[in-house]
Each structure stands twice: as C-alpha cells, then as structure tokens.
Design a protein around this ligand. Structure first.
Ligand SMILES: [Fe+2]
Length: 369
C-alpha cells in the first residue's frame, strides 16, 4: 500500500486511504519554528504521529524517552549542529533512519551526512514532493529491516531448536554409554552418578563459569568410559592384579580420551585423560604433577577416589565418610591437590552432600578405583 501523498489539497478521507500511519512516529528537529511547524503540519496531514524539537540537545532527550521511526533534522542549528546531532544519534542507535534538511549549499555537509549514514539529504526550500518520497523510502527501509529481523529471529529460533534436539540426542547417548560401563560390574553401579554429584559440589564452591562447569560435569559422567576397552576378566578380578593387567588398566584414561575425542569439548577430554594423575607426579597415564594436571582432572580424581573409598567392592567393604575424609587428608599433597582437599574437607564437615549415600552402606577397607 502506498504511504502518504504530496497532494496537500486531497480530502482528509483520501489522505488516510493513502496509507498514512498513526503508528509511524516522526521527530522533527529544526530551530526555525516556522519551518518546523510547516514540516509538522505536512506530516500530521498525512496522519503521522509527529513530535517537535527545536535543538539537538532537546531532540536527544526526547529520543531517550521515546522511540521514533524517522528523525528529520536541520543541519544549521545554534549550539549542537545537525552533523554533531547525527553523529550522536548513530552512536546510540546505529540503525535509526535520519533525513537531513538544510539551506546550506556547502557540499561538505552532504558528504558528511552521507558518511554518517543519514538516509537522505534534502535542500531548503523544501520540495514537499521530494520530501514525501524520501519519507516513503525511509518507511520502506524500515519495513524491510523489520521483515529481515523477523526472518533472522525465525532462523535463530530454528537453530536453537535444532541445537536442543542435538543436545538431547547427545545426552541420551552419554547415558547409554554410562549404562554400558556400569552394566559390566554391579559393584560400580551408580559410581558415575555419584562422582558427578561430588564434582558438581566442588565446582559450585569454586564458582566456575557455567560452560567450564558443564564440561567438567560431562567428563565426570564419562571419566571411566575407557574401561569399555578392557576385558571383563581384568575388570572384575577379585584377586591382586598382575603388573601386566595393571598396565592394561592404566590405559583406560587414554582409551576414554580416544573414544570421546569426536564428541567432547577440549577441557572435558583432558579431564577424562588425566583423572588418574597424582599431585606428586606418581599417577597415570602421563605422570603429570601439580598444576600441570588440568583443574578439571584434579577435581574428578578427588571425587572418584572418595566414591571408590566409600563404595563396596567384591574384594572389600566400604569406608564410612569420616574414614574417607581422614584418608583424603592423609593423601593431601601426594595423591590430591591440597587446595581441593581443604575444600572437600569443609564440604564433608558441613554435610554438604559428600558421602551421604555411602554412610548407609557397610564400613570396610579401601582400594584404588
Ligand atoms: Fe578411572
């Protein structure tokens, strides 16, 4: 539908029929009251909603309070001139449609206005036919911009939906993998879930950013996935492991890393690979020490060991929480990061979810998970 008309003699009805729009809000910035009123009257006759400002500062204040579809500004004004006003408008609202109007024949003004992305530049005395066409072009650009934004919003929504679906498939796959690990050994049932819970308790206290915390959470869920590559005989052996068998067990973090490489982000992968390193460098698979070990892996190592201590195995029974807390303290600085041990001691002492489930089990001795 065509908007507005340059025919000032048209009947009121025909002016409305021509598409003038009460929802279209226009700000006229002009220090000369006669010119300002003339522009205002021309626009109101076409049923636009019009506000008037008589200098740049006043206009900026009005723009801070209201939203305008189009701003029409004079260039030569006392105080802040139209070019400075345009600069400030574009710095606040880059996509604001602005039409510049001036009696100046100085070509540098028009070049500056175009550089600052004014939508149009009109010379005084105003040719209202040209002015009307300029308003309509601005409205067309606005409509196009809104349609493009709607299109982008729809695409973005679809991408978010796709992402959610993919994430849900991913988490289902993760759960299947966990089930596959734990189905092989009834004594480790629920282990991944408990290690994940202890890991979450530690990351909450450390106030790790959301993305880092969710990567560590994933790693905690899947830390032992490399055991899928181990034989049942070795995994469920109740007697002492031979050196050869223990060498096989030592490979599970690297095997897990290889299995998960196509699907997990980097930090989560490193946590899986290094969850059996020790603070003193005596762990496996790479013998990293201290802060060479990624923080994510140090956290999971502590959570993993705590659950191993407080869980029953075919060849031993479980420690209670107090025994496990003492054992962790004894291993501070050798097996575990001392700062994390301090944090875990505090969590255990305050009964913050560490070991609650294990205390319902029978007490007993310790082993390495
Ligand atoms: Fe492990």
């Amino acid at each position: 539908m065509e908007r507005g008309t340059s025919d000032r003699n048209a009947s009121p009805a025909s002016r409305i029929d021509a598409g003038a729009d009460l929802h279209t809000r226009i700000l006229v910035v002009e220090d000369n009251r006669v010119t300002n009123d003339m522009v205002k009257d021309f626009l109101r006759e076409r049923n636009y909603r019009v506000d008037q400002a008589f200098n740049g500062s006043e206009a900026l204040q009005m723009m801070a309070r209201n939203s305008y579809d189009i701003v029409i500004s004079d260039i030569v004004m006392p105080g802040m001139d139209g070019i400075e006003f345009l600069k400030r408008v574009k710095s606040i609202k880059p996509d604001q449609e602005v039409i510049m109007v001036t009696s100046s024949v100085d070509i540098s003004h028009s070049i500056e206005a175009i550089k600052l992305q004014a939508m149009d530049y009109i010379l005084k005395p105003i040719d209202f036919k040209e002015f009307d066409a300029s308003i309509r072009r601005a409205l067309e650009r606005l409509t196009l911009g809104r349609l493009q934004k709607e299109h982008r919003d729809i695409l973005e929504f679809k991408m978010i939906e796709e992402g959610r679906r993919a994430q849900s498939v991913f988490f289902d796959a993760v759960q299947s993998l966990i089930n596959a690990i734990e189905a092989r050994d009834s004594y480790t049932r629920g282990h991944s879930q408990r290690v994940t819970r202890y890991t979450e308790l530690i990351t909450e206290v450390l106030q790790l950013p959301g993305e880092a915390a969710s990567e560590i959470r994933l790693a905690a869920q899947l830390h032992d996935i490399g055991k899928l590559g181990m034989s049942d005989f070795v995994l469920s052996k109740s007697g002492k492991l031979t050196e050869e068998e223990f060498d096989l067990i030592r490979k599970h973090p690297d095997v897990g890393y290889a299995i998960l490489q196509p699907i997990l982000p980097g930090q989560a992968l490193l946590a899986v690979r290094h969850h059996h390193e020790r603070w003193d460098g005596g762990g496996y698979p790479h013998g990293l020490a201290g802060e060479e070990i990624p923080l994510s892996a140090r956290i999971i190592a502590l959570a993993d060991a705590f659950d191993a201590m407080t869980s029953r195995r075919v060849y031993r029974s479980a420690m209670n929480t107090r025994q496990a807390r003492d054992e962790i303290l004894r291993c501070s600085g050798s097996q575990f990061d001392p700062a994390l041990v301090e944090l875990a001691q505090d969590l255990i002492a305050r009964g913050k979810g560490f070991g609650e489930a294990s205390d319902s089990q029978e007490g007993g001795s310790v082993t390495v998970n």
